[in-house]
Write a protein that binds this ligand. Structure first.
Ligand SMILES: Nc1ncnc2c1ncn2[C@@H]1O[C@H](COP(=O)(O)OP(=O)(O)OP(=O)(O)O)[C@@H](O)[C@H]1O
Ligand SMILES: [Mg+2]
Length: 368
């Protein structure tokens, strides 16, 4: 099932890395031995988690160890099918004088593990922490050494998690998997869109649904914006789930091109569910959400907005438009605002009412 790769799985503390990986170990049942090396938790703690997750694979061996010499020896002697290193930041090598978790230690440990595992054709998953800014705590060099890099994302106090592929030497990248963190562990969500938009209130101003593509999958997500009069000093801009700079840039476009006076407004933007979206196809959604909150006029709940917005206020075409529209149709949406250039080239027939727009002014007409 798993390829003979060196995987790296990163994520913020407490997000569920150990849980997910332990579940993967369980799925290896019948495929051979698994060595789970933990430098963070004792065998009892892992046993407690394994019991809670109802893990039944008796071929999983635990090793509570941080010394790479001992770990290497154990791997060589056991020759398992799968090795888990939880986490790279806790492991150390005597040959390097600096403390565990430093750049040189992380590099050395990864190189050592890589050597043994490639020689013996063992699949390896290295777990690592990611800092709040999203960098691997330690060196990025690690990303170059491994075959596949995966990130587990999500808000700690929110139960949804996204596992995102950022590098894959032998397959496609940017695929995602969505999970819900439950008592019994991570449970895959096979139809994420329906969950992501299920908690919508009745027609609130400032809320809009966008259709984003994550990897090859369309995802319908709710964006929420709130504008409020700045009380004192500089107006605030806050973005959760989208790039802050993108938000400020789009606000400048909205001010200049749609003559919306946002200079004395605090603006907050949130991607509901704690998912991070990077692609520009949600630009139009951001513009509409902010304008909707500012004017206090709601956007119809059966509408989806798709489009990239350029600096002159033009709405630019996006890729995979038909896939996005199909998902919107499947979930019962009735209207879609999309770039005019995309509309012209549509081949498939849709039951949706498709509105093509050239610029943000045309799109903002729905708020009148
Ligand atoms: N009984 C439980 N029911 C539901 N969720 C739980 C339970 N116990 C722990 N959790 C969740 O599991 C999370 C910790 O998961 P896990 O240890 O897999 O994370 P991690 O990413 O490996 O963390 P760390 O960085 O500390 O190693 C906790 O933040 C908590 O939300
Ligand atoms: Mg852990």
């Amino acid at each position: 099932m798993l390829k003979v790769h060196l995987y790296y799985c990163g994520g913020e503390p407490g997000i569920g890395k150990s849980t997910l990986i332990l579940q993967i170990c369980d799925k290896m049942k019948g495929e051979g031995k698994v060595l789970y090396v933990s430098g963070e938790e004792s065998a009892e703690q892992i046993k407690m988690r394994a019991d809670r997750l109802n893990i039944k694979n008796e071929d999983i061996m635990f090793l509570g160890e941080t010394d790479i010499d001992v770990i290497s020896q154990a791997i060589e002697e056991m020759n398992p099918k799968l090795v888990i290193i939880d986490s790279i930041q806790t492991m150390y090598s005597d040959e390097i004088s600096s403390a565990a978790g430093t750049v040189s230690q992380v590099r050395e440990i990864t190189a050592r593990i890589m050597k043994i595992c490639k020689q013996q054709a063992i699949t390896t998953i290295i777990i690592g922490h990611v800092t709040k800014e999203g960098n691997i705590a330690g060196p990025r060099v690690l990303e170059h050494m491994v075959d596949t890099v995966l990130y587990l994302e999500g808000e700690r106090y929110f139960s949804y998690r996204v596992l995102r592929g950022v590098k894959n030497r032998f397959g496609s990248t940017n695929e995602i998997g969505m999970f819900e963190m439950r008592n019994e562990g991570m449970v895959e969500i096979s139809n994420p869109s329906s969950i992501l938009i299920s908690e919508r209130d009745d027609n609130p101003a400032g809320s809009v649904i966008v259709a984003s593509i994550e990897g090859t999958r369309p995802l319908m997500i709710e964006l929420q914006a709130l504008t409020s009069q700045t009380v004192f000093g500089m107006p605030r801009r806050a973005a959760n789930g989208v790039d802050y700079n993108r938000l400020t840039l789009l606000m400048a476009v909205l001010e200049k091109k749609a003559k919306m006076l946002l200079g004395s407004q605090d603006i907050y933007l949130n991607v509901v569910s704690g998912i991070k979206i990077q692609e520009p196809a949600i630009d139009l959604g951001i513009i509409l959400a902010v304008a909707s909150s500012f004017k206090n006029i709601s956007i119809p709940t059966d509408l989806v907005a798709i489009g990239e917005v350029g600096l002159t206020g033009e709405v630019r075409s996006v890729n995979m438009i038909e896939k996005r529209l199909k998902e919107a149709e499947k979930l019962g949406f009735k209207k879609c605002i999309i770039p005019e250039n995309n509309k012209k080239l549509l081949k498939d027939k849709f039951k949706l009412d498709i509105i093509g727009v050239k610029n943000i002014d045309e799109a903002l007409r729905i708020l009148k």
